[in-house]
Write a protein that binds this ligand. Structure first.
Ligand code: CTP
Length: 401
């Protein structure tokens, strides 16, 4: 992808590295991109609106409440009329305001109002970068799909040494091109229907009590989002989770395994099925219609009956999707169990992950998986669940090419 004709909105934060952004703007213009800039009050301590205006050959936006700006070009339009929003330097303060959804100046308001991809290039003191607050904000932003370039390690302007240098201009340019390609590039799964299960199931004991599990839905939701970004029509069938709905997906909320199966079967035909849900293997056979009361008979005795296996059902269905993918959560002999599980369930691929205590996979943001297929076993490096999702979708795109 070339940058010619691409519309970029650059938000310049307040850091000593802001001067490098002048060079970035110049290089973007050289390559034919249209550049608009928003300069924060702190950013204006380091570069002048005049230099940004001269280099971008465009008006510089600074003030949320400027009446002229609001009548000429409101912050909503400013945030929408771009193919990509780039925050450079992304200071600790800007990242914190993005992560908490604040809208107290033009930059943060634009970032909250935008429906476009966002790339941040962090730059700050090493201790600020390593602070758990900044790292938590970074994780939140990544989780929401914000792309990140840098920071690099080296001598910092404050005299300390470590991670926190703004990425170099060529690196930022490369990241701009790859983020644009990811969002505006080819849609390899256009025209395909993907069915994804995610989250736990809840199995009723009585009208107020359930048996549940700790699945967060992070992996399944990330896969649904990545499939939608690749152009697929996505039906996400999810148990109760706190994760926000992934953009561009049809989300069907269910509670029990039987409801999940019914929703999945009703969503067929599909080209792809990915079962990432942690489905309860059993449900309570003698679930009560009325709330169980503490009585003289002591603790209730629950009996269980097996739930339908959604993955195995889809894999052997008359309307079987062309590609059926399951997960295996293992605590020992991970690959060996996954190979056996792939055959037993009749699916094409299994993503096997080690969920032993201490790995933090359940509920966490990172995971380490092996892709098990008929052709063999491929170990993937430890990565964020959103990165695993993207890699899986790349592999799926390979099948449908
Ligand atoms: N699965 C399903 N329906 C079930 C149980 C599991 O669709 N009733 C799917 C899960 O979504 C996942 C895979 O099957 O894709 C996991 O299989 P499962 O046999 O539950 O394996 P583990 O969770 O790894 O547990 P176990 O080792 O106890 O078999």
């Amino acid at each position: 992808m070339t940058l010619a004709g691409r519309r970029l909105l650059i938000i310049v934060g307040g850091g000593i590295a802001a001067y490098k952004v002048l060079e970035l703007v110049r290089r973007l213009r050289d390559q034919g991109a249209a550049v608009r800039t928003v300069l924060t009050a702190a950013g204006a301590q380091f570069v002048t609106p005049l230099s940004l205006q001269a280099l971008s050959e465009n008006k510089v936006y600074t003030d949320l409440f400027s009446l002229t700006d609001e009548s000429e070009m409101g912050h909503i339009r400013l945030s929408r009329e771009a193919d990509l929003v780039v925050v450079a330097p992304a200071t600790a303060d800007l990242m914190a305001r993005m992560a908490t959804g604040q809208a107290n100046d033009l930059a943060s308001t634009v970032l909250l109002a935008t429906d476009k991809p966002v790339l941040i290039a962090p730059s700050m003191n090493v201790m600020m970068w390593q602070h758990p607050a900044t790292q938590a904000n970074l994780a939140t932003l990544r989780q929401r799909g914000v792309a990140v370039v840098g920071p690099a390690a080296g001598d910092l302007a404050c005299g300390e040494v470590g991670s926190g240098r703004l990425a170099e201009v060529p690196e930022i340019l490369t990241a701009i091109v790859s983020t644009l390609t990811a969002h505006h590039g080819p849609k390899p799964l256009a025209g395909r229907h993907a069915l994804v299960t995610s989250g736990p199931t809840w199995e009723a004991i009585d009208p107020v009590r359930v048996i549940a599990n700790r699945s967060s839905g992070k992996q399944g939701h990330a896969i649904a989002a990545a499939l939608a970004a690749a152009g697929a029509r996505v039906t996400l069938v999810t148990g109760p989770v706190a994760e926000p709905d992934p953009p561009g997906c049809t989300v069907l909320r269910i509670e029990s395994a039987r409801d999940m199966l019914a929703a999945c079967e009703a969503a067929l035909p599909a080209d792809i099925a990915i079962c990432a849900a942690a489905v309860a293997d059993w449900r309570v056979a003698n679930a009560s219609d009325q709330k169980l009361k503490k009585g003289s008979d002591g603790a209730p005795v629950l009996s269980f009956v097996a739930n339908p296996d959604i993955l195995a059902t889809l894999a052997r269905h008359a309307q079987r999707p062309r590609l059926v993918v399951g997960f295996a959560a293992e605590t020992e002999r991970v690959v060996e169990h996954a190979i056996e599980k792939r055959q037993r369930k009749g699916c094409d691929w299994i993503l096997a992950n080690d969920v032993s205590p201490g790995t933090g996979v359940f509920g966490g943001d990172r995971t380490t998986v092996h892709l098990v297929t008929a052709d063999g076993v491929e170990p993937w490096p430890s990565a964020l669940k959103v990165e695993v999702a993207r890699r899986l979708v790349d592999a799926i795109a390979g099948v449908f090419r």
